[in-house]
Design a protein around this ligand. Structure first.
Ligand code: NOJ
Length: 758
């Protein structure tokens, strides 16, 4: 299957962009020379072809039935397509590559993109859930595994990681990202890029990654998908851009722009974002793919008159490849011919695309990802074990009154109740790539796998949640009136010593286009929970969901609550590991859980306002009908053991440019179980040229301690940590007083102050 492709004769005499600069490594110089050589051989039509990406949902080998598809196939044969998405399997990708390579004049290999968001076949926790592990090695490892499983099936480019900061639980896509914090998301961005791309993109076991969506998409007004984003430069640079900068610095191969407008300009048509910031100030050399049809969507945005106009705006703004939008196909050649678009812009885009293809080694062997031997060697069983390990680390214990959990060995009768208790599909979540439907281990199965046989486990569904056919594109049909299973569940609960209720969201309740005005337990779930509570109060509530939920009643009444997200293939086993105490939960929330949906957008790193509080009157920043702050704050998560923080010690109260000071704190495991704590470091700039958040995460460390054991945890503070996008529109630190805080979540912190001067 694997064939060596003879590289086309390259006119290596052409001098590339970097070739005069002796500081550039020769491997890079070589790539640049090769890119230019190929570019010199190309007609304008072929160059524009590289900038077009087609969806592959048509029969690539048989006769194409629809006219549109026939046209696509013809263009593929002429070498007028740069990439395809959603073409899967060794055979299908090879067929498409052959159509291109064996028929086209120019013979530039295609790359194959796909949404590999949290695993390819082996499914890991949804990204929001995985981030709750705060474990960068885990985040890197799941990406490495996803990369291997993808390339083994011919897919060599993933549209991941999604690193949009999102502060609104109503936004359905909050599940795809890492939550509300720029620092944590930046760390995840780097881990993911490393995991997907490894050290060398030409290694056939790695996959090209995409930092998306550039930019601001997660701050859609009202949490409504595709909605306008109205933020200024301060928020853009301090909140939205840091993870993208981190991904660019980590060498991510591609970026994807976004559907939203930002301050009135569609991101896809924003030269300031794409040309000035990303490709200018950051000097990033990869290519920008549009989001699906986002170039042509500038027409309904009211920003472009037609596809040709949209193409003109997008190419000038720096969008290099048109994902299934038809705008570049309709417009670019015409625009160059009419002199409206300079061909150097097209050359820049094509150079970027070719650069990635060269780095992937596709010119040496366009069939390198069509390797049946590699596929046969993928250790899927080992991947399952890793998926279980990462899943258990992602679970967050929210409440555990009277140590109801872990389940005591004396408990001999457990009732497992709820629509998600034996659901093998929901844990697979949305954006499931090739994760098989109904393939997850359910909670019921997981418990049966781990509980000794002398314990009786009964199961009642109680109510259904989503009913009928479910899919990525279809609206979800929630059960609002079928109560027929409730009485049996109540009977079951009556005779049990412990009830494990498994509630939450359907797999397709969060994700793209899945914004919700309500974020509580949908359908009849709350009613079921209350009915069970009437007869048995020993309830451990396990939540399976993709977004933060409004669970205030449960938090007030139910003794134990476990946030288990959509944990992927091994979900039930991982949950059982935690419920049984085989794993002591260590996850911490990457996002705030609200007391009511009306608090959204809700985030810990907010501004203080001029009226943060008042004991005497109502004229301060709050809602009169609810306590300020989150129900469960960012960074929060309990353990089966207790951790004690001693008073933090700072090495000096003065920090100067070029120097470092340290903050250290002694952490002790004062309980009787071994456990892991995520020690978090927050910072506040007390007075600055723009207002600054009341605190921002600046560091964290995972610390594993045996009972009675202590560890001194040390953080280094330098000028870099204090930098922000200032009123002078520079990334800089300003002189003055800072508060540095340390603790086990964003609210329970101890602080010390210091001064910084340049
Ligand atoms: C639209 C989504 O916004 C994007 O994230 C995804 O990668 C593309 N569709 C391709 O499926």
């Amino acid at each position: 299957m694997k064939k060596l492709f003879l590289i086309m004769s390259l006119s290596l005499g052409t001098v590339g962009l970097y070739s005069q600069n002796s500081k550039i490594p020769s491997s890079v110089k070589n790539v640049e020379a090769k890119v230019d050589s190929v570019l010199n051989l190309m007609t304008l039509e072929e160059k524009v072809g590289q900038m077009i990406q087609y969806n592959g949902s048509w029969d690539l080998t048989g006769p194409a039935s629809e006219t549109g598809n026939k046209q696509k196939e013809d263009r593929l044969k002429k070498g007028l397509v740069g990439s395809m998405l959603n073409v899967l399997s060794v055979e299908a990708t090879e067929k498409a590559q052959r159509l291109n390579m064996e028929n086209s004049r120019i013979k530039i290999p295609l790359i194959f993109g796909y949404d590999v968001i949290h695993g390819y076949k082996t499914i890991f926790p949804v990204p929001l859930g995985e981030t709750a592990s705060w474990d960068m090695e885990a985040a890197e490892e799941s990406a490495r595994i996803a990369a291997l499983e993808s390339v083994a099936e011919g897919v060599n480019w993933t549209f991941s990681p999604m690193i949009d900061i999102s502060r609104d639980a109503r936004w359905g896509r909050i599940m795809e990202g890492s939550g509300e914090d720029p620092y944590l998301t930046s760390r995840i961005a780097v881990a993911k890029v490393k995991g997907y791309q490894g050290d060398d993109l030409s290694d056939p076991r790695t996959i090209a990654a995409t930092a998306k969506h550039f930019a601001g998409y997660g701050l859609a007004e009202g949490g409504k998908d595709y909605n306008a984003v109205n933020i200024g430069k301060n928020e853009l640079h301090n909140v939205v851009l840091p993870p993208f900068k981190a991904a660019a610095d980590a060498g991510v191969a591609t970026f994807m722009n976004s559907f939203n407008t930002i301050d009135g300009i569609p991101a896809t048509g924003s030269a300031s974002l794409q040309r000035d910031i990303l490709k200018g100030a950051w000097d990033w050399t990869g290519f920008m793919v549009s989001d699906w049809g986002s170039i042509a969507e500038m027409i309904p945005h009211g920003f472009a008159t037609d596809k040709v106009h949209a193409a003109e705006i997008a190419v000038k703004a720096g969008s290099d490849m048109d994902m299934e939008g038809g705008a570049y196909e309709a417009g670019l050649e015409k625009l160059v011919a009419e002199g409206k678009v300079d061909e150097t812009l097209i050359d820049d885009a094509v150079r970027r695309i070719l650069r990635v293809k060269f780095k992937m080694g596709l010119f040496e062997d366009p069939y390198k990802y069509n390797d049946a031997e590699l596929l046969a060697s993928v250790p899927y069983e080992d991947h399952k074990a890793t998926a279980r390990d990462i899943a258990k680390k992602s679970i967050v214990l929210l409440k555990n009154e009277n140590d109801l959990l872990p389940i005591k060995s004396s408990v001999k009768k457990i009732a497992v109740i709820g629509p998600l208790a034996n659901d093998k599909d929901t844990p697979i979540g949305n954006w499931r790539a090739q994760g098989e439907a109904n393939s997850a281990v359910s909670v019921l199965e997981g418990l049966k796998n781990t509980v000794d046989t002398s314990t009786e486990i009964t199961y009642s569904k109680g109510v259904t949640l989503g009913q009928g056919e479910r899919s990525f594109l279809m609206p979800l049909n929630i059960n609002k009136d079928d109560r027929s299973g409730i009485s049996e569940a109540v009977e079951n609960a009556k005779s049990a010593e412990l009830v494990i209720m498994v509630l939450g969201e359907d797999a397709f309740q969060s994700g793209e286009g899945r914004s919700q005005a309500n974020i509580g337990l949908a359908g009849l779930q709350k009613e079921l929970l209350k009915e069970i509570y009437k007869v048995n109060k020993n309830i451990a509530l396990v939540l399976i969901n993709g977004r933060p939920m409004e669970i205030t009643w449960s938090a007030e009444n139910i003794p134990a609550i476990v946030e288990a997200w959509q944990l992927g293939s091994e979900s039930g086993n991982a949950i059982a590991d935690v419920l049984r105490g085989k794993y002591n939960p260590s996850g911490k929330l990457p996002v705030s859980f609200p007391r009511a949906v009306g608090q959204e957008p809700l985030y810990y790193n907010r501004k203080n306002t001029g009226r943060p509080s008042s004991a005497e009157h109502v004229t301060y920043s709050h809602y009169t009908d609810i306590t300020n702050g989150a129900l469960y704050p960012f960074g929060f998560g309990l353990s089966y053991t207790d951790f004690e923080y001693a008073k933090p010690v700072i090495s000096s109260n003065e920090l100067k440019t070029g120097e470092e000071i340290t903050l250290s704190v002694k952490l002790t495991n004062s309980g009787d179980t071994a456990g892991k704590e995520v020690v978090q470091l927050y910072l506040r700039d007390m007075v600055a040229s723009t207002t600054r958040p009341i605190k921002e995460l600046k560091g964290f460390e995972l610390v594993q301690l045996e009972p009675g054991e202590s560890k001194e945890v040390e953080f280094t503070i330098d000028e870099n940590m204090l930098k922000f996008y200032s009123a002078s529109e520079k990334w800089e630190a300003e002189n003055g007083e800072f508060e540095i805080m340390v603790g086990g979540n964003s609210e329970d912190v101890q602080s010390v102050n210091f001064n910084f001067s340049k």
